[in-house]
Design a protein around this ligand. Structure first.
Ligand code: PPS
Ligand code: MG
Length: 371
């Protein structure tokens, strides 16, 4: 069987995860096209000035509802990015109505994705409840789903790369990762900012399987999603010569120090221009072999959230890559919402050789940098 052995541990979680991320990608594409929900293009600002849209809340509500239906609400703990504060305001009736309509329209498509939808439409209270059910803070014990409904919301708003990221953590370890990349073609390499495609992909992996997989998105054409639906195996690049390697980094200067990573690139003899990509699509590019290195050095004091990394990390590792903090230690998903104790930044590579060189260059240069 392609993609997964039905007897394997986490087989049901992986299958439901892939199906629901497929549906979520479809929801996002339809919101973008204006073919779902009454007010598709509303963008709002959160307290930290980052954007949030109808798609962010709708994906979170829809995935929360499907996971609760599939595994039993009392068994499902979800750590996710969005809350309902902005939706619960008395001035937000239209916004909430848009989210409710979008959730119901997407759930109406659930059977095509092999998922059970509701028998009657969800009302505003049920939608708010589904979003609020994602208020778990995770931790070292038990199973916790981790969700970023729209990662790289700026990319989504700008018609560029973004991702739907769902992972399962058990006892502090990421055991399943699913990454939907609606604008990253399953057929075309990601080479620069013009690589935006309308036929995206979903990648997934299960910890310890030694395998990572990719499916094309199943939004168009009205076909039923058959598990595992023409999955192909993905692997990291075999390039380990720095002069031939491509490195990715965040688009926004505020999210990562571009001049510091340029210094590391120069020290290592990386010749190519950085590939600046929004969202966890950077992890996807490493897992698929379109790039060899992903470096992120956020400003001192910024605490990385687990939903921005969990799905990407397990997919890259199972595809053969290495992910650590800038001190060379594994990322710790057991401490709650944040990657507590993260040393300086995140370094993801296609192999140990490149990874060792980058960690060495960080050690050699850190004192003189002003992060
Ligand atoms: N100041 C700061 N420093 C570091 N990281 C931050 C910062 N602010 C936000 N974020 C988080 O970055 C997520 C997007 O990160 P990326 O690495 O993809 O950056 S970029 O969008 O390409 O610029 C983004 O996720 P989304 O909110 O899901 O888009 C944020 O969680
Ligand atoms: Mg995010």
């Amino acid at each position: 069987m392609e993609g997964v052995d039905a007897n394997d541990k986490y087989a049901k979680e992986l299958e439901v995860g892939v199906r629901v991320v497929q549906l979520a990608c479809c929801l996002c594409q339809k919101v973008q096209k204006g073919s779902i929900g009454p007010t598709p293009d509303h963008v709002f600002s959160k307290d930290d000035d980052s954007p949030v849209t109808v798609a962010d809340w709708s994906v979170q509500a829809m995935i929360s509802w499907i996971l609760s239906e599939s595994f039993g609400k009392q068994n499902v703990s979800i750590v996710a990015e969005e809350d309902t504060q902005a939706l619960s305001d008395s001035n937000s009736t239209h916004l909430l109505a848009s989210v409710v309509a979008t959730v119901n329209e997407s759930l109406a498509m659930a059977p095509r994705f092999g998922l059970k939808g509701p028998t009657t439409s969800l009302g505003p209270t049920q939608v708010l409840e589904a979003i609020n059910h994602c208020n778990s803070t995770g931790g070292p014990i038990g199973k916790h789903w981790v969700l970023d409904p729209v990662d790289g919301t700026l990319g989504f708003v700008r018609g560029d790369q973004y991702a739907v990221a769902l992972a399962l953590i058990e006892n502090g370890q990421v055991v399943v990762g699913v990454l939907g990349c609606p604008n990253y073609s399953s057929k075309k390499k990601l080479v620069n900012n013009s690589s935006v495609s309308k036929e995206g992909c979903v990648m997934y992996a299960r910890k310890g399987s030694g395998e990572a997989w990719m499916q094309p998105l199943a939004c168009e054409g009205g076909t039923h999603v058959v598990w595992p639906n023409s999955a192909t195996r993905i692997r990291v690049s075999s390039i380990d010569d720095p002069s031939l390697a491509t490195f990715c980094e965040p688009v926004e200067k505020a999210n990562s120090n571009h001049s510091y990573s340029a210094g590391i690139a120069y020290t290592l003899g990386l010749r190519k221009q950085p590939l600046r990509v929004y969202s966890m699509v950077k992890y996807a590019a490493i897992a698929r072999g379109d790039a060899e290195i992903y470096m992120k050095f956020a400003k001192a004091g910024y605490k990385e959230k687990i939903w921005d990394h969990a799905a990407g990390v397990v997919i890259v590792e199972e595809a053969g890559g290495v992910v650590t903090d800038a001190g060379g230690r594994p990322l710790d998903f057991s401490k709650g919402v944040y990657l507590e104790g993260l040393d300086r930044g995140i370094v993801t590579c296609s192999g140990a050789n490149l990874h060792d060189k980058i960690i060495g260059a960080v050690y050699a240069s850190w004192e003189s940098s002003h992060l």
